[in-house]
Design a protein around this ligand. Structure first.
Ligand SMILES: Cc1ncc(C[n+]2csc(CCOP(=O)(O)OP(=O)(O)O)c2C)c(N)n1
Ligand SMILES: [Mg+2]
Length: 527
């Protein structure tokens, strides 16, 4: 199939039988694909009115109205109709041809920047390519009809429309969510499943779904994997806690998910995904918003108050737990063993640091983590027991986050221990804020993973057999840095003094900054 044929298959699968438009050169392959597929082409007398016909089609049927124009003057003529659908809240797929990709940036005749032209009046502006066309069509159709509905604009380049599609799987997502009662259907499916798993993300935490999540996991016996920013949404000593996704021990976690026969994605936001989604298990999307990202495909969507939806499933659950607590425990033990892989005996390993801090602090401690190799281990190894007790930036993943975040966590929770985990690179970006923390009198614990390296990047250089270049930097004397900022400081290079230091006292009235001179060998083994 060529790209146009894949596009047309998606439109037909969505029940769309008409294209309203006005053609130019770059549209010919698309029109031919539409003709062969038995679609009706309605030749308006200008693009603006053809677009309004598509809007009326969308209004009447609830399915996206499809309009089509050529590049340049055709696309600028189409803007008014797209803007109309935007403010009338009508689903629309607007297509505009474009010059070949290799000339788009430098050629000028008839070339307008469609993304800039349509973005103020579209829910999404994008283009198709041979290796993305099916994914783009799934996302475009789901986005156009999701509340509030509106237009998606897709540019179709002249060299793409006839090219062979490499992403040609035609699999239409549900274009509507299930209404009231859908939770009963999902409960039935859960009951039929042998190895269902819940993947809980940040929206579940935002919805305060933690208690009902625990209840559902218990009554139905479903292990819960959490996304990093949702750590604590299920206490990590709960019998059905099954690990954190896309941090250390990634391979083991993905294998665990691959082994399930029904996945409930509960408020899971794919913004936290580092690896592409490769699962093909039947998936139910439970969220406050429809699955418009289409990063994972879900055959069913339950959209609304996440806690209420989970409560509905738990309330109608009948039958035995799907997993025994013992089976989940075996998985957790394998996960823990993988987490310690690569430890070097007699050295201060990153996991030694995390363990020492976790053991020294009470359950209710709040932890913040920065970005880098250390985050991947903190993300898997730090045990969280309460919602919103772990703060990390895992969407933008910006270095320099954890110290400012810890300052605020301590400011808002004066009686609660707060620990900031940070790499030496990340600390260097924001270390001036240590002075703020001491002037505010915050008894923060700051733990710095000192390896003289932007390790996460250095590791990627070494994977390509490149030397470490631009990724190493001179050590900072953390003890003196801390003191000059009005904090207490210490440097450790083995586990025993770290444990002693943490046992001695909690920081009071000013931060305690501990530089942990780690051996990064464990990172190399792990990633
Ligand atoms: C603001 C910002 N700049 C650059 C990056 C890219 N980056 C991701 S991890 C990393 C290395 C971080 O080094 P460090 O803080 O020492 O942590 P380590 O990896 O050594 O544990 C870099 C440069 C980023 N995520 N954010
Ligand atoms: Mg570092």
């Amino acid at each position: 199939m060529n790209v146009s044929e894949v596009m047309v298959r998606y439109l037909k699968a969505a029940g769309i039988g008409h294209v309203f438009g006005y053609p130019g050169d770059p549209n010919i392959e698309f029109m031919e694909a539409a003709r062969r597929a038995g679609m009706q082409f309605v030749l308006g007398r200008r693009e603006g009115t053809a677009g309004l016909m598509a809007e009326a089609y969308g209004f009447l049927t609830g399915r996206p109205g499809v309009c089509m124009s050529t590049l340049g003057p055709g696309s600028s003529n189409l803007v008014n109709a797209v803007a109309n659908a935007w403010l009338d809240r009508v689903p629309m797929i607007a297509l505009s041809g474009q010059i070949e990709r290799k000339r788009e940036q430098t050629f000028t005749h008839q070339v307008l920047d469609h993304n800039r032209l349509f973005s103020p009046v579209s829910k999404w502006t994008t283009h198709v390519a041979p290796d993305t066309v099916a994914g783009v069509m799934r996302k475009a159709l789901r986005t156009a009809v999701a509340e509030r509905p509106g237009p998606v604009h897709i540019t179709t380049h002249a060299d793409v429309v006839g090219a062979e599609a490499k992403d040609a799987v035609v699999s239409l997502p549900p274009l509507a969510s299930m209404g009231f009662g859908g939770d009963t259907d999902v409960a039935r499916r859960l009951h039929k499943a042998k190895r269902p798993v819940i993947l809980a993300g940040i929206a579940a935490q935002r919805a305060n779904a933690h208690s009902v999540l625990a209840r559902l996991a218990e009554v139905a016996g479903i292990p819960v994997v959490v996304a990093p920013m949702a750590k604590g949404v299920l206490a990590e000593d709960h019998a059905y806690y099954a690990g954190t996704l896309d941090m250390a021990c990634n391979a083991l976690m993905w294998d665990f998910l691959k082994g399930c026969d029904l996945l409930l994605a509960v408020g899971f936001d794919a913004v936290e995904l580092i690896k592409p989604w490769t699962l093909s298990v039947p998936t139910v999307h439970i969220d406050a918003v429809p699955n418009t990202d289409q990063i994972y495909s879900a055959d069913t969507e339950l959209v609304g108050d996440i806690a209420a939806i989970l409560g509905g499933i738990a309330a109608v659950w009948k039958g035995e737990p799907r997993w025994t607590a013992a089976a989940v425990k075996r998985h957790r033990e394998a996960l823990r063993a993988a987490y310690y892989a690569g430890r070097v005996k007699g050295r201060l390993n990153p996991t030694d640091v995390i363990d020492a801090v976790r053991e020294a602090l009470p359950r209710e401690a709040i932890a913040t983590s920065d970005v880098g190799s250390h985050k991947l281990l903190v993300g898997q190894g730090w045990s969280a027991y309460e919602p919103r007790s772990v703060l990390m930036s895992n969407g933008l993943s910006s270095m320099g986050y954890s110290l400012p975040a810890a300052i605020v966590a301590q400011l808002l929770n004066p009686g609660r221990p707060v620990v900031c985990f940070v790499g030496d690179g990340g600390l260097a970006m924001v270390q001036g804020e240590l002075r703020l923390a001491s002037s505010l009198g915050l008894g923060l614990l700051v733990v710095v993973f000192c390896d003289g390296s932007l390790n996460r990047i250095e590791i990627k250089q070494s994977k390509r057999k490149y030397p470490s270049w631009g990724t190493l930097f001179e050590p900072t004397d953390i003890e003196r840095l801390a003191q000059s900022m009005g904090c207490e400081g210490a440097m450790v290079d083995s586990a025993a003094p770290l444990q002693r230091l943490l046992a001695r006292k909690r920081p009071q009235g000013r931060p305690l900054v501990i530089g942990a001179r780690i051996d990064p060998a464990q990172y190399t083994q792990q990633f």
